[in-house]
Ligand binder design. Structure first.
Ligand SMILES: *[C@@H]1O[C@H](CO)[C@@H](O)[C@H](O)[C@H]1NC(C)=O
Ligand SMILES: *[C@@H]1O[C@H](CO)[C@@H](O)[C@H](O)[C@H]1NC(C)=O
Ligand SMILES: *[C@@H]1O[C@H](CO)[C@@H](O)[C@H](O)[C@H]1NC(C)=O
Length: 336
């Protein structure tokens, strides 16, 4: 009896894993474009990618208000700024090349690591007025922070900031770049001219071993390369803009609905019939503004620059769209 059950489960699981993603079809994209008034949908992925592929990309466990980090509400630096109607960190700190840089998490639910290391890179660049101007290692965080969660199977962004505070972290650029101490080692998902996505059918990346030396740019001294934050915190919705103005980009997580995968331009607002994908996604928040009367947050995603609006997207601001304002995290870099 139980053997039959196990067999049946295996069959069901494998059917599920190869289930084609209905939400990538032209019909569904047309339906979104009929319903959505503030944004446009289009093809970001070939339509024969499995549903499982997308579930594996949603690795943020940080959407629900989490109890394992303090909530920051005050900072002497918050009072120095009046909040502008439009803000784009790429323009404000144009000397910091990492702010607008779009990364690619590959076949790994490491969005929580790419978003937090990217925000920390930007913040350190801003704090040092461009002297530090490189990426911090997402590889190191994904595979060495055991308290952060489950590596490629997801993690808690607030725990990433705590890791920066207590253990520090080394530099590390993109896949195959040899930039920094520990560059990212998960292959990107490349789409060729015929629409073949190199990650199609690939398994979720296995855990890499945690390295305690530099393998990218080997002239870098591993110990000396460590950078730290002073703290690690959640922000209330009211404090997000002040913290960005004072210190730079922050991490933000939200619940993913199936229409989001087809985002191309405009201000994303969940369409009425969109279905929850069962996971959270973590991205970097770099600004805000208003478009056609709709306030938005400006975000950098980690699904390569061929996704969405050159790798970025806008999402409605002020209404806690998909939980986006519930669990923003950050930390202030330590500079000497
Ligand atoms: C903001 O104001 C505080 C207190 O007046 C001051 O200590 C701090 O240096 C100022 N920060 C900036 C970034 O100007
Ligand atoms: C998937 O789609 C691409 C392009 O749309 C096509 O070239 C490829 O043959 C398809 N693969 C399968 C297994 O259907
Ligand atoms: C490697 O690191 C050294 C020391 O930090 C630096 O001077 C050099 O420019 C780096 N090389 C590359 C190719 O990035």
């Amino acid at each position: 009896m139980s053997r039959v059950f196990i067999l049946l489960s295996i069959v069901l699981v494998s059917i599920y894993q190869t289930e084609q993603a209905y939400f990538l079809t032209d019909d569904y994209i047309n339906q979104i474009n009929n319903e959505a008034t503030t944004w446009k949908a289009g093809k970001n992925f070939p339509s024969n990618i499995s549903v499982e592929y997308f579930k594996s990309m949603l690795g943020s466990k940080g959407v629900e208000k989490s109890s394992n980090g303090p909530l920051k509400t005050e900072d002497p630096n918050y009072n120095n700024f009046t909040i502008p109607e439009t803000f784009d960190a790429r323009n404000k700190w144009s000397q910091c090349k990492t702010i607008g840089h779009v990364r690619d998490q590959g076949m790994c639910g490491s969005c929580w690591a790419l978003s937090t290391t990217s925000a920390f890179s930007d913040r350190l660049c801003i704090a040092t007025d461009g002297k530090f101007n490189q990426l911090i290692s997402a590889e190191k965080l994904t595979f060495c922070c055991y308290l952060c969660g489950f590596g490629c199977y997801g993690g808690y962004p607030i725990m990433a900031w705590r890791y920066f505070k207590y253990f520090g972290i080394v530099t590390g650029g993109d896949y195959d770049s040899n930039e920094g101490c520990q560059p990212y080692r998960v292959e990107p998902c490349v789409v060729d001219d015929e629409g073949h996505n190199s990650c199609r059918g690939r398994q979720i990346e296995k855990r890499h071993s945690c390295k305690r030396q530099c393998y990218g740019n080997t002239t870098i001294d591993y110990r000396n390369d460590h950078v730290y934050t002073r703290n690690a915190y959640h922000l209330t919705a009211e404090m997000i803009q002040k913290d960005v103005l004072a210190y730079g980009p922050v991490e933000a997580s939200f619940l993913v609905y199936d229409d989001f995968l087809n985002y191309k331009s405009g201000v994303y607002v969940k369409t009425e019939h969109a279905i929850y994908m069962g996971g959270g996604h973590s991205v970097k928040l770099i600004g805000w503004g208003e478009e056609g009367g709709v306030p938005y947050w400006l975000m950098v995603n980690s699904w390569n620059s061929h996704w969405g609006d050159k790798g970025t997207f806008k999402i409605r601001r002020g209404t806690n769209e998909c939980g986006i304002e519930d669990s923003v995290t950050g930390g202030v870099p330590l500079t000497h």
